[in-house]
Write a protein that binds this ligand. Structure first.
Ligand code: NAG
Ligand code: NAG
Ligand code: NAG
Ligand code: NAG
Ligand code: NAG
Ligand code: NAG
Length: 842
C-alpha cells in the first residue's frame, strides 16, 4: 500500500521534473523533495502556473493527499469564484464548508516544509465573505483562530497567502484541518480554502542547526541570551520584502516559491531619497557553507535602500511592520555590499535598531562578509511585550541610522537589502493572533516607553464590523442619525483624546507663521483654486519647495477633532496616483492642509475652457488609467475603504511628468467596513453633473458612486465637454444623457468625440472605451464594474492604442508587430479578461 502511494508520488514528481525541464530554474536554486500545489475545489487536474503544476482536489489525487470530513449534514463542496476580475489559479475555485474538513498528506512525514494557504475572500454562491470565520490547525498546532480573510486584505490586494514553516515529526502525518466558528447558529460561519502548497525546505534555512555551536539569533532584549529555533517550533512568515524596488514573485524564488514583496509603500515609513541597485554586471559570490546560494534570490541582494552619502542631517530610515503583541519574532536582515565606493571594512558603518533597541552599534557589511558582492544575513529574535490573553496589533520597527559623529566611518550612509520576519509559535503551540485592525491609531512616539510605539484602539476589528453593520441597520430603521460613521469615529476619538499632534514622520506640522510666510499672508494673487472647502494657495516652503495650501473656510462644520482624524487618515494614504499630504496647520482659528504642488494643474484644463494644447488620445488614456488606479487604491485599501465622493476632472491633477494624481479626497469619510451591500447614508455632497443617480435619489453612497462619477470623467475626456452645460437645450445639457442617446442611435463617432481626436481614435478603441464608460454609468450601482475592473478596462484600451501604433511603424516590420498586437488581445480574452466581461454589463 505504502509502496504504491510512493510510486504514484514519484509519477507526479516526474511530471513536475518534466515541467522543470520546460521551465528551467535559475542556477542557484534548491530542488524541493515535495512540491505540491493544490487548487482546492477544482475538479480539473494539472493547471500550469508559476513553473509548476497545480492539481485539483478531486478523487484522482488520492495518492497525493486525502480529503476527510465527518459525516455531517453540511458536507463541503466545490465552487467557482463568483468574481469577474482576472483571477488565476488557485483563486478560481474554492472548497467551502460549514463543518470541519481535513486535508491529510500521509506521505509527508519526518520533514521540514513550507505550508502555504491561499485565500480569496469573495462571495461563493450565497456565502458572503464576511461570514467566513474559522480556525486552521495542523495536527496540534493552531495556525489561525477566528480568522476572517476579508480583514487581511491590504491595499490593492484581493487575495492573501499565509505561509508557515512546519516540522513534521517522523511518526506524524501532515493533517490540515479547517474548523468554522460555531459561535452562533443564526448566522453560521463557514470555512474556505482556495489553494494549499506544501513545499519542502532545507532543514536549516530558518531553523537553527544545533550542531553549529556558533550560530544563534541575536536577542534584541535581554530575555534570551543565545536564542535558537528548535524544530518543535512552528514559524509563520509574517513579512518578506525585497528592500529596494522590485517584488520577486514565487516563480523567481530560488526553488521554494517564496514571494518577496515590495517594501514601499506598505512598510517603509516614507519615500527616502534613494533606493539603489547594483549594475547587475557582477555576479554574487557565496561563501560556501556559510550562506547557501538559495537563501534568497540574487535580485534581493542586488537591490537595496540607502539614504545618500552626502546627507548632513541625522535620520532613521525606518520600516514599520504590524504584528501581534505577546509573540516572539525572528527578524532576518539580508545585506550585500555592491556599491563601488565601498571596498574595505570600515568604509560604511551604520547602526541598526529593532523595536527601538540598538542591536548593531557598528553594522559593517564588508566587515561581516569580507568582501563586496558577498551576501550575508543577520538574524535577531525580538519579543513583543504583552499578555497572551490581550493580544494587540503593534508595530515592530526596523531603523537604520547613519553612524553618529564622531564615530569613524568613511561614508556616513546605511544599506539594507532584504527583510524577513517570522512569528514563532508560543508555548501553547499556537500561532494565531488577531485579525488586523481596521484603524490603527499612532500615538506620538515620544510619549511611549521602549515597547510598542503604537497604541491600538481597544475595539477589535470584528466587533467593529458588527458594530458598524448594527449601526447602519439602526440608522436605516430610525433615520435619525446623520452618519453612522460619525458614531464610530467618536468611539475612536474617545480613545484618542489628548494626542493633538501626529508623529512628525507621518505628517509635518506647520505653524501659522510658516503658512503666512509661504503664501504672503494669503495674498489673493497666490490663489490657484477655489473649492468647496475654501481657497487653495500656491506657496513655497523651505524657501523653494512649491506646495498647494488648502485653507479650510472658517465656519466649516468640521471640528478640530475631526480635522485631526482626517489628517491622520490622509497622511497614511500614500500612492503614486494620489496627491500627497505634506503637512498641516491646526491653529486656533485656522485649519490648513499642505499638499504637494501639481505643476500641470487639473485634467479639466486640458479638455475645455482653456487655451491649453489638447492632449493626444494615448496620453488621455494614461491619465485616466492613473486616476483609476488612485481611486482603486482608495476603494481597496482595506484598513478603511474610502469613497472619494467628489470624483471629477478638476480633482484629477497632473504633475510635472504628467502623472495623474487624484486630489481632494478630503471629502472622503471612512467608508463601509464590509464589502457587502452596506452603504453610508448621508447628506448629498458632490458636484452636479457627476452625481450617481442612486446617491441623490436614495442617499445611497457606495464605492460604485465613485465609479459612476468616473464614468462621467471618461465621457468628458472623450468628448471634451463639461458634464452639464446650462444654456444648451434640454436634450444636450447633460453629457451623460446626450451621449447615451447618441450611442444608442448610432450617431457617427465624428459627431461625438473631441474634434481633436477624430483622426487618432480608431473604431475598435472607441467602441471599447464607450462600453467601458457606459458600464460605469449604469443606473444600478451593482451592475457597474468595480474600480479595479475599470483599471483593467483602461489597461486594455491603452493596449489597443499601443498595438495600433505598433502596426503603424515602418512597413517592413508592419506584419510582425500587428501579429504581436493581435496575439496580445487574443491572450487577454483567453483569460476571460475585460473585453468579455464588459459584454456582461450591457
Ligand atoms: C471540529 O473540530 C473542533 C476542533 O477540533 C472540534 O472541537 C469540533 O467538535 C469539531 N466539530 C465536528 C462537527 O466534528
Ligand atoms: C491525520 O488524519 C488521519 C485520518 O483521519 C488520522 O488517522 C491521523 O491520526 C491524523 N494524524 C494526526 C497526526 O493527527
Ligand atoms: C528523519 O529524517 C532524518 C534526516 O532526514 C533521518 O536522519 C532520520 O533517520 C529520519 N527518521 C525516521 C524515523 O525516518
Ligand atoms: C445569536 O445571535 C442572535 C441574534 O443575531 C442572538 O439573539 C443570540 O443570543 C446569539 N446566540 C448566541 C449563542 O450567541
Ligand atoms: C555571471 O554568471 C553567469 C552565469 O553563471 C555567467 O554567464 C557570467 O559570465 C558571469 N558574469 C561575470 C561578470 O562573471
Ligand atoms: C533613530 O531611532 C532610534 C530608536 O528609536 C532613536 O534612539 C534615535 O534617536 C533615532 N535617530 C534619529 C536621528 O531620529
Amino acid at each position: 500500500m505504502a509502496n504504491s502511494i510512493n510510486k504514484n508520488i514519484y509519477t507526479k514528481i516526474s511530471i513536475l521534473s518534466l515541467f522543470l525541464l520546460l521551465f528551467p530554474l535559475v542556477a542557484n536554486s534548491y530542488n524541493p523533495d515535495y512540491n505540491l500545489a493544490i487548487n482546492c475545489g477544482s475538479l480539473t487536474d494539472n493547471t500550469a502556473l508559476d513553473k509548476r503544476i497545480w492539481v485539483g482536489d478531486n478523487i484522482n489525487n488520492k495518492n497525493l493527499f486525502t480529503f476527510i470530513e465527518p459525516k455531517t449534514t453540511n458536507p463541503s463542496f466545490n465552487v467557482q469564484a463568483n468574481s469577474l476580475s482576472n483571477i488565476q489559479v488557485p483563486y478560481t475555485h474554492a472548497r467551502v464548508s460549514l463543518s470541519n474538513f481535513t486535508y491529510s498528506f500521509s506521505s509527508i512525514t519526518n520533514s521540514t516544509v513550507f505550508l502555504r494557504l491561499h485565500f480569496y475572500p469573495t462571495s461563493y454562491q450565497n456565502f458572503e465573505p464576511s461570514s467566513a470565520i474559522f480556525s486552521v490547525k495542523v495536527n496540534d498546532l493552531t495556525l489561525l483562530k477566528n480568522f476572517n480573510p476579508l480583514l487581511w486584505l491590504y491595499f490593492d490586494d484581493e487575495k492573501i497567502t499565509k505561509e508557515y514553516c512546519i516540522q513534521i515529526k517522523p511518526n506524524e502525518k501532515l493533517n490540515i484541518t479547517f474548523i468554522p466558528n460555531s459561535i452562533n447558529q443564526s448566522n453560521p460561519c463557514y470555512a474556505f480554502i482556495n489553494g494549499i502548497e506544501v513545499v519542502s525546505m532545507p532543514s536549516f534555512l530558518y531553523y537553527t542547526n544545533l550542531n553549529d555551536p556558533n550560530y544563534y539569533l541575536k536577542p534584541v532584549d535581554s530575555e534570551y541570551t543565545e536564542y535558537r529555533i528548535h524544530k518543535d517550533k512552528a514559524l509563520e512568515m509574517v513579512y518578506r520584502v525585497n528592500v529596494g524596488q522590485n517584488q520577486v514573485p514565487p516563480s523567481d524564488d530560488t526553488g521554494m516559491f517564496r514571494n518577496w514583496g515590495n517594501d514601499f509603500p506598505l512598510y517603509l515609513e516614507k519615500e527616502y531619497p534613494s533606493s539603489v541597485s547594483s549594475d547587475f554586471t557582477h555576479n554574487l559570490t557565496y561563501k560556501n557553507n556559510v550562506i547557501p546560494n538559495y537563501i534568497a534570490p540574487e535580485v534581493v541582494y542586488l537591490t537595496a535602500r540607502s539614504y545618500g552619502m552626502y546627507e548632513t542631517k541625522d535620520y532613521n530610515v525606518t520600516w514599520n511592520f504590524e504584528v501581534d503583541s505577546a509573540f516572539t519574532y525572528m527578524v532576518r536582515l539580508h545585506f550585500c555590499e555592491f556599491d563601488w565606493h565601498i571596498n574595505y571594512k570600515g568604509d560604511r558603518v551604520f547602526q541598526i535598531f529593532i523595536d527601538n533597541t540598538l542591536v548593531e552599534e557598528k553594522a559593517d557589511v564588508i566587515g561581516w562578509s569580507g568582501a563586496r558582492m558577498v551576501p550575508v544575513h543577520k538574524d535577531y529574535v525580538v519579543s513583543m511585550e504583552g499578555l497572551i490573553s490581550q493580544i494587540e496589533r503593534v508595530y515592530l520597527s526596523i531603523k537604520l541610522q547613519r553612524l553618529p559623529q564622531p564615530m569613524p566611518t568613511v561614508y556616513r550612509d546605511v544599506i539594507l537589502n532584504g527583510i524577513e520576519i517570522f512569528k514563532i509559535s508560543d508555548k501553547y503551540n499556537n500561532l494565531a493572533g488577531l485579525n488586523p485592525n481596521k484603524h490603527i491609531i499612532l500615538s506620538s512616539q515620544k510619549q511611549k516607553s521602549k515597547k510598542s510605539t503604537v497604541v491600538i484602539v481597544g475595539v477589535s476589528s470584528l466587533l467593529l464590523t458588527f458594530l458598524a453593520v448594527g449601526i447602519i441597520v439602526l440608522v436605516r430603521r430610525t433615520k435619525r442619525f446623520e452618519s453612522p460613521i460619525k458614531m464610530i469615529e467618536s468611539l475612536w476619538k474617545t480613545k484618542n483624546e489628548g494626542s493633538s499632534t501626529l508623529p512628525s514622520y507621518l505628517c509635518r506640522y506647520f505653524t501659522i507663521a510658516e503658512i503666512r510666510a509661504a503664501t504672503k499672508n494669503f495674498d489673493d494673487e497666490n490663489i490657484i483654486g477655489v473649492g468647496g472647502f475654501g481657497n487653495v494657495y500656491k506657496g513655497f516652503i523651505d524657501g523653494s519647495t512649491p506646495v498647494a495650501i488648502k485653507r479650510l473656510r472658517s465656519g466649516s462644520q468640521q471640528g478640530a477633532n475631526e480635522f485631526m482624524n482626517e489628517i491622520e487618515l490622509l497622511s497614511q494614504l500614500r500612492h503614486i496616483h494620489l496627491v500627497s499630504l505634506v503637512g498641516y496647520c491646526n491653529d486656533k482659528t485656522e485649519m490648513i492642509l499642505v499638499y504637494e504642488f501639481m505643476q500641470h494643474g487639473t485634467l479639466c484644463e486640458y479638455l475645455y475652457g482653456s487655451n491649453n494644447q489638447p492632449l493626444p488620445w494615448k496620453q488621455r488614456l494614461e491619465i485616466l488609467l492613473g486616476a483609476a488606479r488612485g481611486l482603486n487604491y482608495l476603494h481597496t485599501e482595506v484598513k478603511n475603504k474610502i469613497i472619494h465622493r467628489d470624483v471629477k476632472s478638476t480633482n484629477i491633477l497632473l504633475d510635472e511628468k504628467w502623472i495623474a494624481k487624484v486630489s481632494d479626497f478630503g471629502l472622503s469619510k471612512v467608508g463601509p467596513t464590509g464589502i457587502s451591500t452596506t452603504h453610508v447614508s448621508t447628506i448629498v455632497k458632490g458636484s452636479l453633473g457627476y452625481l450617481d443617480p442612486e446617491y441623490y435619489m436614495f442617499q445611497r453612497l457606495t464605492l460604485k458612486s465613485d465609479v459612476y462619477s468616473f464614468g462621467v470623467v471618461l465621457l468628458e475626456v472623450l468628448c471634451a465637454r463639461p458634464p452639464l452645460v446650462r444654456d444648451l437645450d434640454k436634450n444636450t445639457a447633460s453629457l451623460v444623457c446626450w451621449f447615451k442617446r447618441c450611442y444608442e442611435e448610432g450617431v457617427a463617432i465624428e459627431q461625438m468625440v473631441d474634434p481633436f481626436l477624430r483622426d487618432s481614435i480608431t473604431g475598435e478603441c472607441f467602441e471599447y472605451f464607450c462600453k467601458l464608460a457606459l458600464s460605469c454609468l449604469h443606473d444600478d450601482g451593482i451592475q457597474r464594474p468595480s474600480m479595479s475592473q475599470v483599471v483593467g478596462g483602461l489597461e486594455f484600451a491603452l493596449q489597443l492604442v499601443v498595438s495600433e501604433e505598433d502596426c503603424n511603424v515602418g512597413t517592413t516590420q508592419k506584419e510582425m508587430t500587428c501579429i504581436k498586437g493581435l496575439r496580445f488581445s487574443q491572450s487577454m480574452s483567453d483569460e476571460g479578461s475585460d473585453p468579455i466581461q464588459l459584454e456582461y454589463y450591457n
